[in-house]
Structures are given as C-alpha cells and as structure tokens.
Unconditional design. Structure first.
Lengths: 466, 466
C-alpha cells in the first residue's frame, strides 16, 4: 500500500447545530489529531488507544483551547475508508468547525475532495463501485422507495447479482479459451448446450434489469404528474389534501421539519411531482393559445395526467359540461397511451341527483372533495396503481443509475452476439472476443474495470466530507 | 435519582450532509437502540458493551433496514448528560434522519425539548448553570473573541471566581450567625476588620465584573460602526478590503464557506457591524432631511463613527472641502464623546502636493486607498484600539450574559448594604440578612439557587438536540 496523505473535511451538514463532526482519514490522521488533543480522561496517546473508542478532551492550538470535543478513533482496516480515521465531535458553531479544520490544514492535512472518503473506501476494497454510488444515492434519497433501492444496492444486492452472472460467464470463457490452446485437437471443453442455456438465462436477467431502469428512474426522480385544470377548480386544495395524508405521520416531530415540499409529494413512499397547467379549452385568443401549447408540452413531459374540474359548475350548465367533455376528448386523442385520471372536485356541493348526472355525463370520472377529504385515498390508490411497483414490492433489483444502465445495454448487445455466434456455430476464438466484451461491461458496473476519468466523474457528484 | 424518560433529537445541523448524528439520553437509551440495532461485528448486546465504544451495524425496523450506522455508547455517569447516552451516526439524508427518529419515538422515546440534553447535564451536576449557558454561547460564537469568552466560561473560569467569593462570604455569614446563637454573651466570632477587608475585596471584584459587561456585550454582539459617506465614496470597496484581510486566511478551504457576512466583519477576532448611512450635508429637501435624521439615528446606535469621503473630489474644489469640514463639525458637535475616524479614500488618485493639502485641511484625517489596500491596516488598528480589549488579552473574566449582569448588580447592591452596616456597626442579625441576600444572587449565577421558570427561560433559547 502506498502512503496515503491525510484528508480532512466537515462531515455533517453545514450551518449551526448542537454538534458537528470533522473527519480525517489517512496514514497520519491519528498522529495529527493526537498532536493537538489534550485528553481529559487518559494519559495514553490516541495512537495507543484501541480502535472504535471515544475520548473526551480538548483540541488545542499551542496554548489556545479551541473546543471541548469527543474524538473517535478508527484504526485501519476497520474504518469507513479502510485507512486510519478520526472523527471529532465538536460544538456546532461554524467558527469552531472552521478553526479546527484550519488547524489540521496547517499541520499536515489537506482538504478532502468531493467524495474522497468514499473513493478511498472503494480503492481500499471496502465497497465496490456500485456500492459506493449507492452511498450518494442514499444521502440524496428523500422517499421510501428511493431509500430502499439505495439501501439494497449499498448492501451489495445489485453487485452480487452482476458478480454471479460475471463469474459463470467467466467460467465458460476460460473453457473456450482453453479449447483454443488445444485447437488442433478439436475438443470442446465448454458444453455448448449448457453454455446456450446460460446465455439465455443471462439475457433474461439483463432484460429484467434493463427494463427495471424505467421504474428505477421514476422512483429516483419522482413521477411527473400534469394537473390540467382551470383556476379555482381546487388544485392547491387537492395538493394540500394529498400532502396532509403524509404530513399527519410526521406532524408531532418538532425539529425534524421537512423542507417545504411545494409540489413534490411522497405517496406510498414514492415521489410524485405535480405540474400545474392551465386548461385547454378552445380559443381565438393568442395569449390563451400559448397557454394551451404549454399545457400540452407539460402533459408530454408527464407520465400521468390528472384532469381536474369543478363538479358544482358542471352540474349547473350544459354548456360547461360540454366544454369539459371536449377538453377530455382532445387530451385522449392527442395522448391515447398516457394514463388519464378524471377528477370532479368539490362534490360536497352536489346533491345525489346531481352526482348521478355527473357520473352519467363523464365516463370514468372519480368523485372527490379536497375539502372534506372524500375520494383522496381513491386518488392516491389510482396513482400508485399506475406505477408498476411490483418489482419494488418483490424486493427485486432495480437499476436507477444511468451509468449502470448503459453498461447493461452494452453487455446485452455483446451477449446477443454470443448467442448468435453459438446458434450459427461461430468459431471459439471469435466467440471468446464477444464474451470478453460482455465481461468487460459487467466489470464496469462493479468497478473491477475502471479508470481515473470514470472515478473522477462518479465521485465529483458526492458532497465534500463523504 | 428518579427514573428519567428517554429523549431523542437530531444533534447535527439540519439539512443534508455526509453524516448526521441522532442523540438519545435517558435510562432506556441503550436498551431502546439495542432493540433496533443489528451489530455487524459483535454478538453482544449494546447493554453489555463498554462505555465510550463504537459499533458498526444496522438500524432495523422489524425486517426493514433503515440504515447502516455507527452507534456510540456512553454509560452514566460518563456522558454529556450524566445519563446513559447513545449517539447514532447515520447517513445524512433528511429522510433517514426522520425515519430513525420516528422509529425511536414509536418505541419509548419522546422528542427532546430545546436544550434538554444540557438541562439534564446541569440537573445531574455535570456542569453549573453558567457553564450550561456558555454551551449555547459557544455554539452561537462566530468570532475569536466571543468564542474565547464562551470557552473560558464553559471551562468554569467565571463560575470559580463567583464560587470563591461566595464561599468566603458564606464563611463569614456562618460566623455571624453563630454569634447570634450566643448573642447574650456578646461575643464576636467574625473578626470585623477582616470582614471589612473581604467586603472591600468583593466590591472591587464585582465592580470589575460589572464593568466588563460593556466590553462583553460588545464582543458578543459585535461592535456597531456607522459609516457616514455619500454614494460613490467607496464604502463597499472599503468593506471588501477589510473583509479580504480576513478572507485570505480561509480562502483555500473549500467546503467551509462562511455565510455571506454582508456588513459584519471580524477584525482581529472581534466582530464589527458596519452600518451604511447617507451623508449629512445641509439641505432644504424634505426627503434628504429624512435621510439626515436617519444618519444621526444610526450614529446614535453605533459605538464608533467612520466618516468616509472621496479624497480626489476634495482636492479639486474648495467648496467640496468646506462641505466636508462642515459635516465633520456637525458630527463632532452632536456626539463629542463618540470616537470618530476620518478617512479619505481613493488617495491613489492624488499627487504628493494634493495629499499634503488634504492633510492640512482636515485635521486627523487618515489616508486610505481601498483599491490598493493602502491604509487598510492602519484603519483596522484604529478600530481595535478604540475597543478596550485589554481585559480580553489578559484573560480576565468578562461578563457577557445579561442574566449574570443583573445578578451581579443585585449582589453589588447587597454587598454595599453590608459594607454600610459594618461601617455603622449594624447588629449581627440585620447584617446576616444582607449577607444572605448577596449570597442568594451569587447562587443564581451558578445555579445553586434556581427555579423551574428560570431554567425554562434559559434552556428555551438553546436549539433542540443540545
């Protein structure tokens, strides 16, 4: 192992909190902290302390005491990075955080780059590349589904699936390459029919993984839902009603306030991004027609369309009800494949006869009162049913990372060449080349095959301190 | 000791970071975490682990894995609060923080109130009241001076000074009260001349502490400096020049970005708040005269006034130079006691003859070029010299807390009554009452004397998680 310089960074969120954690990693991490640490409880130097122990004392710069801190010592290889790691838990003022980091920068540390702690963990074999990527996903996860996928990937679920395919394929590749050594004797070490069935299995798995990317992408980025509806039909009341169902769970936890979610709402653990649009009724008005164009653009970008209208208005005038029907026709004609939910809001203002008339006039309408909450649960169920969350529930591997997706597509292409080669009785040496290519792309995912550029790209997206 | 319920809160700054710390304290803290923790490295339960040890594993909710975490165990009394404490270092996503806190809330914890961890530390005798208050000051400190004072107070510097006075006074109080028991025999256990000299000494110390509050207040809240100057004389360039002197130190530390300081600048470790004002030249204009009134108001609120003008303009026209002189006269007349720094900016545009003329015309002018940096250091020295930082440099106790200040004032009043009583030969029983009162106010500072309302007020100002 080459000598690793020691890096330092703030590991907790920036800003003021009760405490903050400053993390150091590298060959001199413990010695550097020890030189500026006065223990309260022990006369032993930190270097002599056991791994995974915590020590109360002061960080001092010469005679100046910077803070009373807890120092956690992790010795290589039993640390996050696999190197010697020290975590300093100090009081959470920005001033103190800065003073301590500066002290270490003046005394043998350098500032960590984005993701450098995790990069070192990868380089030291503590996790593979797809697990390292899952760390960033985990930190970015803001709903149950994306969190669950990141956790599964971090635990190595995805890697082990890829690694299994890779090792089986590698086994056959070796046999075929062995045949080449004995090519003059015309032997077949690799049983072609067994190999064919393996290739078929790999194709199936790859297809499933590739297909899962659509779901994975949706889960990671949230599902865009266009709400088409004129002003005052109750769009914001509806969003609040959807939001409240979730909020109720967390309302009693002071201090863990979520960021204002605005139009992104988590329903059943999946993020939905609601995009507000104007109506699309017929018009001669130029300004209006620009609005209509935009509405269509937003429907285009969405995966689901909710058409929301005011039930009370529609049951009073025939005209209005016709205009709703026309708008719905237009949307259906333009986007026949796109799921469309038709929601009549404010049904609390209607009597039973009016309700029956409404359901008669508009086919497939769902009744809702954002005010009373009636129909909100039915709507959330409809939304969830539209998304194929089967894979998620069955705990299957879901691909969320576009780099993995690309590698899987390439591997798929190569494997299909292998299959074609087998079917057409391609010679072993040519077959071996295609297999090697497929193996290469598998290796890219887990990081057995890598290069500095790739690593640079991946870890640049991490935050500093991770 | 009564059974303490277990409290939980996020201890690090809210928002997303690489890691976050969730802290639990109370009788069941370790058991509650243990019930939802699957260790990776040890089969022993957390309850059987030693204090100050760290354990890698997963936080689980039934079969659901919430996160891979490090759990730190602190056993009573060797913890911050003096109770059993567990700190969970999890991945820093808000979603994960929330999930873990919710899990513990559902399983025997309650959400901690603001400052409740430190309140418990106080109630369990881990720190006295003034030390507890210093914790909040330390977290809020944003410059070297306020940090240094808070550290000194947290280390008990202030408390021990008060405690020493209190114990000496208590000693005499006991002797005098003993006299009362033997009042018929007319004995004097308490040597009156020794007592007088003690009272004189206490008065001296109290005076010094009370006086230090002015400096302490300034250091804690920053020193307000009014900059009087018309537009375009270079106010913002000057602020940037002052700022750059400090910024240079931290510029190479990515990831530790300070919050935008705007007009608050730390000079020599002391915070200065610069308040921008318009000029104050004579005018008939109503709008202008409102501006002038505001300028005077801001000078009023400040401790220092900087009068900034454009040197290049003044050396061209006699008129302009007269107007500057008049404005200076006005300020000096209105605020004869307030320190005034007269700064001619943009002197890089002047030749030597013009410079000499300028210095001749305006008494006490300091030459400066915010652009080239000339004179900036002289200005910062002038600002620092205006503040009595002697006490700070001599490491003397400085009072920054208005609650302490109030208690010291009251103690001072009582001690003067005692002195008067001694001088006039007041009877022992009356003397004893005044001494008790003084002792009471000393006790208020360190928390020997306290009540729920007072504690409530103090700890409500803490953040949750501290």
């Amino acid at each position: 192992m080459i000598k690793q310089d020691t890096i330092v960074a703030l590991a907790t969120a920036s800003g003021s909190g009760a405490i903050a954690i400053i993390r150091l990693s590298g060959d001199d991490a413990i010695a550097i902290v020890d030189a500026h640490f006065k223990s309260v409880t022990s006369s032993k130097s930190l270097i002599k302390q056991k791994t995974h122990t915590i020590h109360l004392g002061h960080i001092v710069d010469g005679k100046k005491e910077i803070d009373e801190v807890l120092v956690s010592v992790f010795k290589n290889p039993s640390s996050y990075t696999g190197e010697d790691v020290v975590e300093i838990s100090c009081h959470g003022s920005s001033y103190i955080q800065q003073e301590i980091i500066q002290l270490f920068l003046r005394n043998g540390c350098r500032m960590a780059n984005a993701g450098e702690f995790t990069l070192r963990a990868f380089l030291n074999g503590k996790l593979d590349l797809s697990q390292a990527e899952a760390v960033a996903d985990l930190i970015a996860s803001d709903n149950e589904a994306s969190h669950q996928i990141a956790m599964q990937q971090m635990r190595g679920g995805f890697s082990s699936e890829i690694a299994k395919l890779r090792s089986e394929l590698l086994n056959f590749a070796s046999l075929i390459e062995l045949e080449l050594d004995f090519s003059e004797e015309d032997v077949e070490f690799a049983d072609r029919s067994q190999f064919k069935s393996l290739v078929d299995r790999i194709i199936l798995v790859l297809k499933r993984l590739i297909d899962s990317f659509a779901v994975g992408n949706v889960i990671k980025n949230g599902i865009p839902v266009a709400i088409v509806g004129e002003p005052n039909v109750g769009k914001s009341t509806l969003l609040n009603a959807l939001l409240n169902e979730e909020r109720a769970i967390v309302s009693d936890i002071a201090g863990t306030t979520r960021d204002a979610i605005e139009d992104e709402i988590s329903i059943g653990g999946i993020g939905f991004r609601f995009i507000d649009t104007a109506g699309i009724r017929d018009t001669e008005d130029v300004v209006e027609s620009i609005g209509i164009k935009k509405t269509f653009e937003k429907i285009e970008q969405s995966q689901v369309t909710i058409y929301l209208f005011d039930a009370s208005v529609i049951s009073n005038t025939v005209e209005k009800s016709e205009s709703v029907k026309q708008e719905l026709e237009k949307i259906k004609n333009k986007y026949p494949q796109k799921p469309l939910l038709i929601i009549a809001n404010k049904i609390d203002t209607l009597n039973d006869i009016q309700l029956a008339a409404l359901q008669n006039q508009i086919e497939g309408v769902q009744l809702l009162s954002a005010k009373t909450g009636f129909g909100v649960e039915q709507l959330t169920n409809s939304l969830l049913n539209l998304i194929n969350t089967g894979a998620l529930r069955n705990n299957e591997t879901i691909v969320t990372n576009s780099r993995h997706y690309d590698a899987l597509l390439k591997a798929f292409e190569e494997i299909q060449k292998v299959k074609y080669g087998l079917d057409t009785g391609l010679s072993g040496d040519l077959l071996a080349i295609d297999i090697r290519q497929a193996l290469y792309h598998f290796g890219e995912i887990t990081g057995e095959i890598t290069n500095d550029d790739l690593l640079g790209n991946i870890f640049a997206n991490f935050c500093i301190g991770k």
